[in-house]
Design a protein around this ligand. Sequence first.
Ligand code: ZN
Ligand code: ZN
Length: 101
Amino acid sequence: MPARRGFECRNCHKSVKYAAWGTKNRNHCPYCLFSLHVDLNRGDRMSPCGGLMKPVGKIQRPDGEEMLVHKCEFCGIVRKNRIAGDDLAEIVEILPLMDYF
Ligand SMILES: [Zn+2]
Ligand SMILES: [Zn+2]
């Protein structure tokens, strides 16, 4: 497992820096917002799945913060993720707003 120095996005193949404004634990691509199913619990990188996680929507927390909703295309798990400071706003914008869960 490489050190936390960024990754190449498996969906759009851009290279992604690990550090980002507004997040300490980047887990998705800022350009297409795809993520990878690598965590069993947040940040542990222990999942054997490794599937591509597609951004399927966004939710608004009770405190007003918007979060992305990702769904794994391989196993179907659904996860909430914080939006990073450099995520492309145009892409976040077009995601459907989902009910908070
Ligand atoms: Zn990407
Ligand atoms: Zn998965």
